[in-house]
Design a protein around this ligand. Structure first.
Ligand code: ACM
Length: 710
């Protein structure tokens, strides 16, 4: 089992310590340690750990995991740790299907001995020590952490190390020292545009725990819905949610569930814009008279709170007071994004107020609003956080900026003395490949030139799952597995950036997340069966051959390309809703083409695999056609099916030319490239992912090293 893991991996501690104020005194000792270690950011990892720990030293042999596996908690303990160990054992059972005794063992007899030194904060804080060390030998395992946060992380690392072996299940001998690079590693879920049921929230918290993410940012109100029960202002949920909201007990349950997993919950109530749903019950808050209805469309809308009325602040004072008690976290998110100002422009009273107070424009009016809002948030014991639009030098340095419009605002905030987190580059709804998110570093761009003091204000980042095109069924597949690449960016050293290594580990993590109850793989399967209806096995296989090469359109093009304007009532049952945002099959096909061309098209095995793939594509449309006649939802993708077959035929022709080392006439290339330009366009909001790779083959078939090689 240890074969292939003999390589020693050491990561630099330096980046991690930049954010650890308490331990900076040990820097000298660590510098000493660095002299005898080698940075290994670019090396292929031998273990499927994600996020990659700060340091990993492989040992000899392995620890067997069988039905005698047991855990003992020593040192400081608390009910959360006991629940954590039981959850760990259940997860281990899920991974191995070996029945385990869930009762804790005596310390002398345990396979896994845990020692936690002391408690963490009752209400989890930003920047608490999350470090742990894990030592696995053939005789047993020791997990040591200063407080429960590190213990919980260490248990997750152990679970990633467990794998099938030649004689059962085992964990390779290893010594791991680990701590996060950034203290704020978040995932935002928008429960407003589509209501996201509690069990979906919970399983995503499980996924966050597995990836060591520690902040759940909950976007709870927007134009399309107000999702929390307010006892003080019950018309918020009664009239603003279609009955889809979380009760206060639900919220408390989620917060407890998250805390058990070392995750803070930061609520967001977006204001003064993105707030139509508030006005259905309380139109007096708005800048124009009602009545208002819940918004069903997507986009930026005119309704905004009236920042000039004292009654607005009285309402917010009471509302925030109620929510501040419900949500224990230190941070309270007030949104602040995308106020278009049209209601303000149109109101005589607001224009008069602005003149009387010397407020020059709408941006200044929003700054005035935030200046009134911030002391209210503070009065209720919270620290205000908002999207980068709230950045204004008039606000106290206690506020935190969440940068979504560009990375520059993060550095600008840090320079002015504000803390910030990065979300620009981490928008999961834009459909980027994991590699593109992975390349985004909170400390790059303008942030790279900040002083160390300023850099400390950059707390980390958050991925964002906006919910225009997600519901309970497909949301997991929009978050995972790509979110794991962002989790690694925020936990691991900046030097850990080898994309091939990340993808290799991501594939493993993706499979394992399903054992945690996430449904990103299985929901695709379920949705495809709905789309196919009563298809024959052959037809279903043909549908899969097509859809595994498709992705939805990217960025913000989904609305523009929609056949009819989508709303919150539009069913999400189409191929575009089912296919993953990053096609693993498409990525692997691209890698195979690159490998073939890099070997001057002399790699016979790669060539044979490409030929098999092209032949299957070439025949696929005929196999799918009968089903496309019967199913409305398959028919929508019929053009893409013809395109895939055309691509297969083109690929076969390119391979023929390459194997004969005989370039086709110039007119062939011109025709193929013209077709390729057509195939690159979206149809039915679907992109055909292998097109650029086939273009490379067409070019290889008409010149270059492949045609010269013998
Ligand atoms: C945002 O995406 N409007 C924060």
């Amino acid at each position: 089992l240890t074969e292939g893991i003999g390589q020693i991996m050491v990561q630099s501690f330096v980046q991690n310590f930049v954010h650890d104020f308490a331990l900076r005194g040990f820097l000298l000792i660590l510098l000493g340690a660095l002299l005898i270690s080698k940075p290994a950011g670019a090396q292929q990892p031998a273990l499927n750990l994600l996020p990659m720990p700060s340091s990993v030293h492989a040992g000899a042999g392995s620890l067997r995991v069988d039905s005698r596996f047991s855990v003992a908690l020593t040192g400081y303990t608390e009910p959360r740790l006991e629940r954590g160990v039981e959850r760990f054992l259940r997860q281990l059972m899920g991974q191995t299907a070996i029945p385990l005794n869930l009762k804790p063992a005596k310390s002398g007899q345990a396979t896994l001995l845990i020692r936690t030194d002391h408690a963490s904060k009752e209400i989890q804080e930003v920047g608490e020590d999350e470090s742990y060390s894990l030592e696995v030998t053939p005789a047993g395992e020791t997990l040591i952490a200063p407080n429960p946060l590190g213990t919980l992380h260490g248990l997750q690392t152990f679970l990633q190390l467990v794998d099938i072996s030649t004689d059962g299940f085992a964990v390779p001998a290893v010594n791991i020292q680990d701590r996060p690079r950034f203290p704020w590693r978040g995932l935002m879920i928008d429960s407003a545009r589509h209501f996201i049921p509690l069990e979906v929230i919970r399983r995503n918290l499980d996924g966050m725990e597995a990836l060591k993410m520690d902040v759940f940012h909950w976007h709870l109100s927007d134009n399309q819905g107000f999702r929390v029960e307010s006892k003080r202002f019950p018309k918020l949920q009664e009239l603003g949610s279609d009955g889809f909201y979380y009760t206060q007990d639900d919220i408390r349950d989620v917060i407890a569930y998250a805390r058990d997993r070392g995750i803070r919950v930061v609520p967001e109530f977006d204001m003064p814009g993105h707030s139509t749903s508030w006005f259905v019950g309380y139109p007096e808050l708005a800048s124009a008279p009602g009545p208002y209805e819940i918004e069903r469309r997507w986009g930026v809308f005119d309704p905004a709170m009236d920042p000039t009325k004292e009654s607005t602040y009285q309402f917010l004072d009471e509302f925030i007071g109620e929510m501040a008690k419900l949500f224990p976290d230190q941070f309270f998110h007030v949104g602040g994004d995308e106020v278009n100002g049209k209601q303000w422009d149109a109101s005589k009273e607001i224009q008069e107020f602005m003149r009387a107070h010397g407020i020059q424009n709408n941006q200044a009016l929003q700054a005035y609003f935030n200046k009134r809002l911030q002391p209210i948030v503070e009065k209720h014991g919270k620290s205000m956080i908002g999207w980068d639009e709230i950045l204004d030098p008039a606000l106290p340095k206690d506020i935190t900026i969440q940068s979504w419009r560009g990375q520059a605002s993060l550095a600008a905030a840090a320079k002015q003395g504000y803390r910030g987190i990065l979300s620009n580059g981490y928008y999961l709804d834009l459909g980027w490949p994991a590699s593109r998110h992975y390349a985004v570093d909170p400390m790059s761009g303008d942030a790279a030139n900040l002083s160390p003091e300023e850099q400390k204000r950059i707390l980390g980042g958050e991925s964002c799952m906006w919910a225009e095109y997600v519901d309970a069924e497909n949301i997991d597949s929009r978050i995972w597995p790509r979110n794991a690449s962002i989790a690694e960016r925020l936990w691991s050293s900046a030097e850990v950036r080898d994309t091939a290594s990340m993808y290799a580990r991501l594939d493993v993590v993706s499979t394992r997340l399903e054992w945690r109850g996430l449904t990103h793989k299985t929901s695709y399967w379920r949705m495809l069966h709905r789309i196919a209806g009563a298809a024959t096995p052959e037809e279903f296989a043909a549908l899969r051959t097509l859809t595994e090469q498709l992705e939805p359109v990217k960025d913000y093009t989904r609305e523009q390309t929609a056949p009819v304007e989508p709303t919150s009532l539009t069913p999400m049952n189409r191929v575009v809703d089912a296919v993953p945002l990053e096609s693993a099959a498409g990525r692997r096909f691209g890698e195979l083409v690159d490998k073939f061309i890099a070997a001057s098209c002399l790699d016979a095995d790669a060539g044979a695999r490409l030929r098999t793939q092209f032949a299957a594509w070439s025949d696929n449309d005929a196999r799918l056609a009968p089903l496309a006649k019967r199913s409305l939802l398959v028919r929508e993708a019929a053009e893409r099916s013809r395109d895939l077959s055309a691509l297969g035929t083109m690929g076969l022709a390119a391979l023929d030319a390459i194997s004969k080392r005989q370039p086709p006439p110039g007119s062939w290339k011109t025709r193929q490239l013209a077709t390729i330009e057509q195939l690159k366009k979206q149809k039915a909001q679907l992109l055909l992912i292998p097109v650029p790779a086939v273009q490379k083959l067409v070019e290889a078939a008409t010149g270059g090293t492949c045609m010269g090689a013998k």
